[in-house]
Design a protein. Structure first.
Length: 451
């Protein structure tokens, strides 16, 4: 990295950053309190409050949001008349999945082959540390030149919308000239990237019932309608032969005309097994950034071990639909529910329930904040030009903030480059990415203050 005082300060702070990230990763802050104690999330929230207090933040608060979780808020005043920048991250994490599949314990930050492994290390506890590093570097080199608000969400991974609803009920709290969402990632490690679009999402639970109770498959099978078979049939109707998502009435042919994602790199990043085909049509970027994508997240049915010879009376599934920019998530939800209800075969009784939703997002990349970030990224990444990419995932808060504060510029950066394996086993963060992005954020705040 080219030598400058901010970069030198961040480099000197990296051992401290590793120690702090280890402390934060140790909290099992999964915002599903049927799986993990609420005290783990509360512990992480209080850790962040203490960290912000140590940096001079005022008006610190644990916000009790309507979904039963807490978000952390703080305000750091800058010079009189300065612009206000809101920095966002989240401290809740995905469950570790199969802990036995982790090479090292998921809630114990472990260095291995130049990366730091642990659940949330990249998504998005590392984002919290990134914000702290950037602010510390500025404080050590002339001061923070803007007013800074920090909001760290406690239920982003659950998609239950607690912070979104809280923000709507307290619209003055998060007002800012620019918002930096620290929950995205570079297209490739070492390639500076700002995420310009996000797909939205909806979650729908489907229940299919056909009988008053399970029946012996020898005595009744062949005529008695099997609820599990009916569910499989309707779920299969959500995909075309090539695997493309096909929800009745939902467009699926949009194109992405920005940075492209070559197929070989995608197969490697996704760890697709040899000989297994990719699904869908169009370019990879079309499929993951510009078009809808359905995923069956889970099915309730008897496990193989212990299964009996029975025709199933009922079955249910949880279906996720990623909604591309330009589509409305609420309308997509209605189309998905209608598809599931009308495509269920044999007159089976079917009910659907929406349990989560977030709108897609598209940034204005012509704004002054993007110019300030372009210059900052170039310095932090040794002259490389900043790229614009999409993100197939969803950050529902983005559209809430865009609606509440239409004048605000919104930028998405972060540590979740492909090798980070977020949401999977063996999630890990690149300390080089953490260092460079912290430098970029610090320089961005300085550039933006002067713009």
């Amino acid at each position: 990295m080219s030598s400058n005082p901010v970069a030198e300060t961040v480099a000197s702070l990296m051992p401290r950053a590793k120690a702090e990230l280890a402390e934060l990763v140790a909290f099992k802050s999964v915002a599903d309190f049927d799986q993990y104690p609420k005290s783990e999330s509360e512990g992480a929230a209080n850790w962040i409050v203490d960290a912000l207090r140590a940096e001079g933040f005022q008006d610190l608060a644990l916000l009790d949001t309507p979904d039963g979780t807490q978000s952390v808020y703080g305000f750091l005043p800058g010079p009189e008349g300065a612009k206000t920048v809101l920095l966002y991250a989240h401290y809740d994490v995905q469950p570790p999945l199969d802990e036995a599949a982790w090479v090292t314990p998921p809630f114990e930050l472990t260095e291995r082959d130049g990366r730091w492994y642990g659940r949330g290390s990249a998504d998005c506890k590392g984002g919290v540390i990134m914000h702290l590093l950037a602010l510390r570097a500025l404080k050590a080199n002339g001061g923070v030149p803007v007013h800074v608000k920090v909001i760290v969400e406690g239920s982003e991974e659950q998609g239950t919308g607690g912070l979104e609803r809280y923000a709507e009920e307290h619209p003055d709290l998060l007002t800012a000239d620019t918002i930096v969402i620290g929950d995205a990632g570079n297209f490739r490690a070492g390639l500076p990237t700002v995420t310009a679009t996000l797909r939205g999402m909806t979650l729908v639970r489907i229940q299919v019932d056909t009988l008053e109770g399970n029946l012996h498959s020898g005595q009744f099978g062949g005529a008695a309608p099997d609820a599990l078979a009916a569910l499989i049939r309707v779920l299969d109707s959500l995909r075309a032969e090539d695997g493309s998502t096909t929800v009745d009435g939902l467009a699926g042919d949009a194109s992405w005309d920005g940075l492209q994602y070559d197929e070989e790199s995608f197969r490697k990043d996704a760890k697709v097994l040899d000989g297994v085909e990719l699904i869908g049509s169009g370019t990879i970027a079309d499929r993951i950034w510009a078009r809808p994508a359905v995923t069956v997240l889970g099915i309730d049915c008897p496990p193989v071990v212990g299964a009996t010879a029975s025709v199933q009376a009922g079955a249910r599934a949880l279906v996720s639909l990623r909604v591309p920019p330009g589509a409305d998530a609420a309308e997509a939800t209605k189309l998905l529910q209608a598809h599931l209800e009308t495509r269920t075969p044999w007159g089976a009784r079917v009910s659907t329930e929406q349990i989560g939703q977030g709108q897609p997002f598209r940034a204005d990349t012509s704004s002054p904040a993007y110019a300030a970030m372009t210059e900052a990224m170039s310095v932090a990444y040794a002259g490389q030009a900043m790229q614009y990419a999409g993100l197939g995932g969803s950050i529902p808060l983005c559209n809430t903030l865009a609606s509440l504060y239409p004048q605000a510029e919104i930028l998405l950066i972060g540590l979740s480059e492909p090798e980070a394996q977020i949401h999977a086993v063996n999630e890990g963060v690149s300390p080089d990415e953490l260092e460079r992005l912290s430098v970029a954020e610090a320089l961005f705040l300085r550039n933006y203050a002067a713009s």
